[in-house]
Design a protein. Structure first.
Length: 300
């Protein structure tokens, strides 16, 4: 079979939990999980010339992620985030300013590599820095010209977004994934009336921006998928929650590899919820857990 080629764009950073640091950042979480599911995954990011940068690259490489497009910056540190968890395991974040991942730049190699992938993943936080924003958007414009799947995981983090960034990012995507917590802000930014139901709001987003799919996660309640032909309501997969860090990233990794693998939307949504549930049962966004699909299609 042909293995799907995926480019993940954005931040590599360290989540600083009370009990110690763990590698994280939505694109790094996504890339690691997509590689587990059979994707040939390259990450576009930047880290510092420091010990955390060295360790980041070593871990990602060990997990099967291609790090050849990760840039090293001697003038900015590898990113970090202070993580606090509430009683339900839901995180809040304090994100370090002036990190290496804010300073990605365009290269001839990146241009050549972008044209050859099957999908590009990106978020809003990774566009915080002007240089990184310009680099990611240049890759997305090239992907659009080549009819490459463009997956946006909104990933809103205060104060690093505004309505303009949300609208511009959605306009660059072909697939939109967001959470129920993010839906009101996204809808308001896009001028969608608050009186609509969740499904109607997702459909309005899809139609307004010409998207192929819009998918909304709802924590323990599962997920909702809206396309031009159907609405699928997938219940959550029960689990014992340790923390929810990286659950959405794992969901999006499963969603992306499922779409590239030609699975039905109902199967894609079911497997994505199972992937997110598995991550919730372990600490951090890159846990040592398996996914049902690695025992099946992608294991052969």
């Amino acid at each position: 079979m042909s293995w799907p080629k995926i480019l993940a764009c954005g931040e590599i950073l360290w989540d600083l939990f009370p009990e110690g640091p763990r590698l994280g950042g939505a694109p790094a979480n996504f890339a690691s999980q997509a590689a587990r599911l059979g994707g040939v995954v390259t990450i576009l990011s930047a880290v510092g010339q420091d010990a955390r940068g060295d360790e980041s690259l070593a871990i990602l490489q060990r997990l099967g992620v291609d790090i050849s497009l990760v840039q090293r910056n001697p003038d900015a540190p590898t990113g970090s985030v202070a993580v606090r968890l509430d009683s339900a395991g839901k995180p809040s974040f304090t994100i370090q300013a002036g990190s290496a991942w804010d300073r990605m730049h365009w290269t001839a190699e990146l241009e050549a590599r972008t044209a050859g992938v099957d999908a590009i993943y990106f978020g809003t936080l990774g566009q915080r820095g002007e240089s990184s924003r310009a680099t990611i958007r240049r890759a997305l414009h090239l992907a659009n010209q080549n009819d490459i799947l463009r997956v946006l995981d909104v990933n809103l983090r205060n104060p690093f977004y505004d309505a303009g960034l949300i609208r511009e990012s959605i306009a660059l995507a072909s697939i939109l994934k967001l959470s129920d917590d993010e839906l009101p802000q996204v809808a308001a930014s896009c001028g969608i009336p608050s009186v609509l139901t969740a499904a109607e709001t997702l459909q309005a987003l899809r139609q307004s921006y010409g998207l192929d799919l819009v998918v909304m996660t709802r924590g323990a309640q599962g997920a909702l998928l809206v396309s031009g032909e159907e609405i699928i309501d997938q219940p959550g997969i029960p689990t014992t929650v340790v923390d929810t860090v990286g659950a959405g990233d794992s969901f999006t990794a499963s969603l992306t590899t499922g779409l590239l693998g030609g699975l039905s939307h109902s199967q894609i949504l079911r497997e994505a919820c199972a992937a997110a549930s598995a991550v919730c049962a372990q600490r951090g966004g890159i846990p040592d857990c398996s996914h049902p699909r690695t025992q099946g299609v992608f294991a052969n």
